[in-house]
Design a protein. Structure first.
Length: 219
């Protein structure tokens, strides 16, 4: 079994890994725990939306699932609950990313790198941390999506982007493909403090992050 928090000198982690997961995806989380190596200086947390007043009633899990989640976190101490609503439609995943960045900004103020990834991904965290060691500037890494350049305004498409949300002809060069991405602390700090994220809540989460980074690079 792998550790979920590498211990490398104490203090805040050098890289925080937010593994986005659904509340009922217990098997995927267990697979990550059994297969990922978490090197020293890296902390990994599974990121889930907690039910609350802001969530829709349909998004509230049954009591049995909540009890299982509480027990899971007592066992592993690797769940991060956010104030958000689970889902993909209407920009819900983008809002979850904003909630994650905000939580990291509040709780891990000295973390140098933030890596957002899904629970169905295999990541070599040691190699990634070595390549992006000690950044003091804007760093943005991921799988750049150059084959989908234009937003889709067809409401029937799973990649629908409402024109009132994003009405540009093309996505910026920084738009990603969705497998995961790393942002340095200064970049996340700017995105939150400037309001870039709050003003650009695209429905496609990976494209939204690309827009935020593009605007930050031009500031």
């Amino acid at each position: 079994c792998v550790c979920r928090e590498g211990r490398g000198g104490g203090g805040e982690p050098q890289m925080l890994v937010g593994i986005f997961s659904a509340r009922d995806a217990t098997a995927k989380r267990e697979a990550v725990r059994l297969t990922w190596e978490i090197p020293p200086g890296v902390t990994a947390k599974f990121v889930l939306c907690a039910p609350g007043p802001s969530g829709a009633p349909a998004d509230t899990p049954p009591g049995s699932l909540m009890r299982e989640l509480v027990q899971e976190n007592e066992t592993y101490d690797d769940l991060m609950f956010l104030s958000c609503e689970e889902g993909y439609a209407h920009g819900l995943l983008t809002k979850k990313v904003v909630a994650f960045f905000t939580a990291v900004h509040e709780r891990f103020g000295q973390t140098r790198l933030i890596y957002k990834v899904d629970d169905d991904t295999v990541a070599d965290l040691r190699a990634l941390a070595d390549q992006l060691r000690a950044p003091d500037r804007f760093i943005y890494a991921g799988s750049f999506n150059h084959w989908v350049k234009k937003p889709t305004h067809d409401p029937k498409s799973r990649f629908y982007e409402p024109p009132e949300v994003f009405n540009e002809t093309y996505y910026p060069f920084a738009a990603l493909g969705g497998t995961g991405y790393v942002l340095s602390w200064p970049l996340v700090d700017y995105i939150l403090r400037s309001g870039v994220a709050a003003r650009n809540l695209l429905w496609n989460e990976d494209r939204a992050v690309g827009v935020w980074v593009d605007l930050a690079s031009k500031a």
